[in-house]
Design a protein around this ligand. Structure first.
Ligand code: GDP
Ligand code: MG
Length: 445
């Protein structure tokens, strides 16, 4: 996918945070420096990079992690949020009757995008028409006509008529019954005053609902100058960044979007009429960072850790009942289904890597333990020491489990209780998890 280098460097920065033992100023500074380098190399505007850096630093060091989120996850989450802020909100082009005008320099991908957009709306059940108001470039008419015919899209053009606003007016009239009318315009090799004038003239007759600037992802810093000029002339309502499938850096175009306070509506990811994607800021950043659904993960991690923190508290008070043990094992096992997502994340800090086999074995063991515990009294669960031979027999019969398994459960509990007592004081959540892992399926009794 596009922006591979940027994604790779950003991932490295996040990995640094995820594997840190302590979140402090030097760590945040170093991670931010890495993020800055990555963004600048991808052509993101310096001013924007500085704003983002300052926001991350401030928030990472000032904001307290929300309940259940550890400091590392908190900082990763801040970076993620600020990157989303940087690329801006998603555009609001709805599926309704509307007129769309495409503008941009020559070669940016307007004509291809006109066919892509028409195809996009047709697939959503809206009838599309495309009007060729590019009277400047020889061949523009034939190129667009061929594309439209192939896609079964209504096409309007006037070969030989040099009056672009007139062609636009006639075309919109001819296509008045269509739901989405797309006006393709001419570009120039560079920003020229006659191009800007032509856009204004077409705009005044087209009166489009959306004026979308089409920009090549390979544009560097000059993207911003272009966006400003078009914005000044016709107030653009959104941007389409094309050629995101290439090795382009993309940061120039993204910066231009941020600077003109518009938003990215679509991205072009190939040459065929189907290679158009709606732009969603959070999905884009997640993908860029190679993260699955980071939001879900962070929410899950929050829930699970909240549960575990309660247990750790009770452990610290010196009690570790059978119920505590069960809750711990259960909490740990809940992470199992998340394993795949977690592998995609630079969150080694969660410190949990159960293999499928281990996960299944832990789950089987838990199921057995649950049945056994269901046959115990409250008093026994609180204080297993009172379980005498006769009680053991009753529990075994009641749960339909061989006495060895009941003994195994009690032994595991004793071993853990002992280990916890030994560790008290220096015990953290991670130790607890490591211990649980040791006590897991591979444990010898
Ligand atoms: P226009 O001058 O702005 O109308 O640009 P065109 O639509 O004629 O496109 C110029 C070139 O860019 C053509 O060769 C297109 O096939 C190519 N192009 C447009 N969009 C994309 C895209 O998203 N990905 C790739 N790889 N090529 C694209
Ligand atoms: Mg064109």
């Amino acid at each position: 996918m596009a922006l591979d280098n940027l994604g790779g460097s950003l991932r490295n920065a996040l990995r640094r945070i995820a594997s840190a033992t302590k979140v402090d100023k030097p760590l945040v500074d170093e991670a931010v420096r890495e993020i800055q380098r990555a963004l600048l190399q991808a052509d993101v505007n310096v001013k924007l990079v500085m704003t983002l850096s300052n926001r991350i630093k401030e928030r990472a060091l000032d904001e307290k992690p929300p309940a259940g989120m550890n400091p590392r996850e908190h900082v990763i989450n801040i970076v993620y949020q600020e990157l989303i802020n940087l690329v801006g909100k998603s555009s609001d082009i709805s599926l309704k009757k509307q007129t769309i005008m495409l503008v941009g320099l020559q070669g940016s991908g307007k004509t291809t995008t006109a066919a892509k957009l028409a195809t996009f709306f047709q697939r959503k059940g809206l009838r599309s028409a495309v009007i060729c108001a590019d009277t400047f470039r020889a061949g523009a008419y034939d190129q667009l006509k061929a594309l439209c015919e192939k896609q079964g899209v209504f096409f309007y053009g006037e070969k030989g008529n040099p009056d672009a606003p007139a062609v636009a007016r006639n075309g919109l009239e001819a296509a008045r019954k269509y739901d989405v009318r797309i006006v393709d315009t001419a570009g120039r090799h560079a920003l020229e005053s006659n191009l800007i004038q032509e856009m204004k003239d077409i705009h005044s007759v087209a009166n489009a609902d959306h004026k979308l600037l089409v920009m090549d992802a390979a544009l560097g810093q000059q993207a911003s100058e272009q966006a400003k000029a078009f914005n000044k002339a016709i107030s653009i309502t959104g941007v389409i960044i094309t050629k995101m499938d290439g090795t382009a850096k993309g940061g120039g175009a993204l910066s231009a979007v941020a600077e003109t306070k518009t938003s990215v509506a679509f991205i072009g990811v190939g040459e065929t009429p189907n290679d158009l994607e709606r732009f969603e800021a959070d999905r884009f950043i997640s993908r860029l960072l190679g993260m699955g659904d980071i939001k879900t993960l962070i929410e899950r991690a929050q829930e699970i850790q909240a549960e575990q923190e309660v247990d750790v508290e009770s452990l610290m008070r010196g009690k570790f009942t059978l119920k505590d043990m069960y809750t711990q094992m259960e909490a740990m096992n809940k992470l199992g289904p998340l394993k795949q997502i977690m592998q995609m994340l630079p969150m080694g800090g969660l410190g949990l890597e159960l293999s499928d086999k281990e996960y299944q074995a832990t789950k089987d063991r838990l199921d057995k333990y649950r049945v056994i515990m269901d046959s115990m009294t409250e008093a026994e669960l609180e204080d297993p020491k009172i379980i005498t031979a006769s009680r053991m027999k009753r529990i075994s019969t009641g749960s339909g489990t061989p006495p060895e398994v009941v003994r195994e459960l009690l032994k595991a509990h004793q071993a853990m209780q002992k280990a916890i007592k030994g560790m008290r004081g220096g015990m953290g959540k991670m130790n607890m998890k490591r211990l649980m892992k040791k006590m897991g399926p591979g444990m010898k009794m």
